[in-house]
Design a binder for this molecule. Structure first.
Ligand code: HEC
Length: 163
């Protein structure tokens, strides 16, 4: 009987694992593999004294995949568009500012169906750029989306495309 119970338990665990994983995939933002090969949109340095210094102090580079580029050009981002906000530490020396280690990799992934509660965008942050260290999870609305709502007329995206 005990062995039967173990077998049942083991098979439930084995069969549920992929289902649980599929559900997690359904609502979570994918780590943006290869984003450093995407198109660079812009760079900004946020220094002490700036209102966003606390969460975003340092130098960040914004990258867009092909679908996101379409959105930058048209103002409306199609499903599959992904934008990354790659935030690194800064070092000041000899009148220059250089990059340090990665603080966080912010990601916005467009999918109208999966992320319908946050303007069709999924938001996630990966601490130190590590795919295993998600810092936003279910807090996307409060932690990210609320501030991005000010850009509703540009599909919730702050940055603009420049030539
Ligand atoms: C207090 C306001 C605020 C909050 C909160 C915020 N952002 Fe942003 N975000 C900005 C601003 C401003 C920019 C534009 C920066 C620039 O122009 O270089 C931006 C840009 C971005 C971009 C590049 C696309 C764009 O909109 O320009 C991504 C990706 C991004 N943020 C992800 C996130 C994630 C993930 C979170 C939550 C962890 C978050 N943001 C929280 C203000 C915010």
């Amino acid at each position: 009987m005990k062995r039967f119970a173990y077998t049942v338990l083991a098979s439930i665990t084995i069969f549920q694992w992929p289902i649980a994983n599929a559900l997690a995939d359904e609502v979570s933002v994918k780590y943006p593999d290869g984003y450093r090969d995407w198109t660079h949109v812009k760079t900004m340095v946020i220094q002490e004294g700036h209102a966003l210094y606390e969460p975003f102090g340092g130098i960040h580079h914004i990258y867009a995949n092909t679908k996101a580029l379409e959105g930058y050009r048209t103002g409306s981002f199609p499903d599959g568009a992904v934008i990354t906000f790659d935030l690194l530490e800064t070092f000041h020396s000899d009148h220059s500012i250089t990059e340090g280690s990665r603080k966080v990799l912010g990601v916005m992934e467009k999918d109208q169906r999966r992320f319908k509660d946050t303007g069709g965008w999924g938001f996630e942050g990966f601490a130190a750029g590590d795919p295993a260290q998600r810092v936003v999870g279910e807090n996307a609305n409060a932690a990210c989306f609320q501030c991005h709502t000010s850009q509703e007329s540009h599909d919730y995206v702050f940055s603009k495309w420049r030539k």
